[in-house]
Design a protein around this ligand. Structure first.
Ligand code: GTP
Ligand code: MG
Length: 166
């Protein structure tokens, strides 16, 4: 039969990586060139139907600014899934993404489904390094563009497929 699953999902990543833009694309189908930097965190929800289940994502879009770092555990605690976002044109943001993965591996729910999103794929071609890194660390990897909508729904759909069936 069809199952209804509620899944808390957190987005983490550097300032300007495109967390809010990915959520805005996923939830509202929109993109804005001048998206404002998130203060604290923002909440959204969106439902995805997969073959055997309806997954309602309860999404926390966190702020990338360093001064909000200490708030992050409130958002990833108890989360079923995390999307760690970096900007493929910004190597420092990839380093920051790795730090988030380490923090989640140390402090997060061990069953958490983790996605690494290399965002702004409209600006540059893919990166083999990220693919290899994701594979080694048990994440799945996708390059996304909040601007063109490339792979945005797909990240959430792939998470929904991977969530444990209760
Ligand atoms: P914080 O809230 O400060 O942590 O940043 P964020 O990760 O939420 O980034 P945000 O979504 O605010 O995006 C930052 C900038 O990148 C904005 O000007 C967006 O328009 C732009 N942007 C986001 N995603 C994409 C994308 O896929 N392609 C392009 N070209 N620009 C993008
Ligand atoms: Mg934001």
């Amino acid at each position: 039969g069809n199952k209804n699953i509620n899944a808390k999902l957190v987005l983490l990543g550097d300032v300007g990586a495109g967390k809010s833009s990915l959520v805005l694309r996923f939830v509202k189908g929109q993109f804005v060139e001048f998206q404002e930097s998130t203060i604290g965190a923002a909440f959204f929800s969106q439902t995805v139907a997969v073959n055997d289940a309806t997954v309602k994502f309860e999404i926390w879009d966190t702020a990338g600014q360093e001064r909000y770092h200490s708030l992050a555990p409130m958002y990833y605690r108890g989360a079923a899934a995390a999307v760690i976002v970096y900007d493929i044109t910004n190597p420092a943001s990839f380093d920051r993404a790795k730090k988030w993965v380490q923090e989640l591996q140390a402090q997060g729910n061990p069953n958490m489904v983790m996605a690494l999103a290399g965002n702004k794929s409209d600006l540059l071609d893919g990166r083999k390094e990220a693919q290899a890194y994701a594979q080694e660390n048990g994440l799945f990897f996708m390059e996304t563009s909040a601007k063109t909508a490339t792979n945005v729904n797909d990240v959430f759909y792939e998470i929904a497929k991977r969530l444990p069936r209760l």
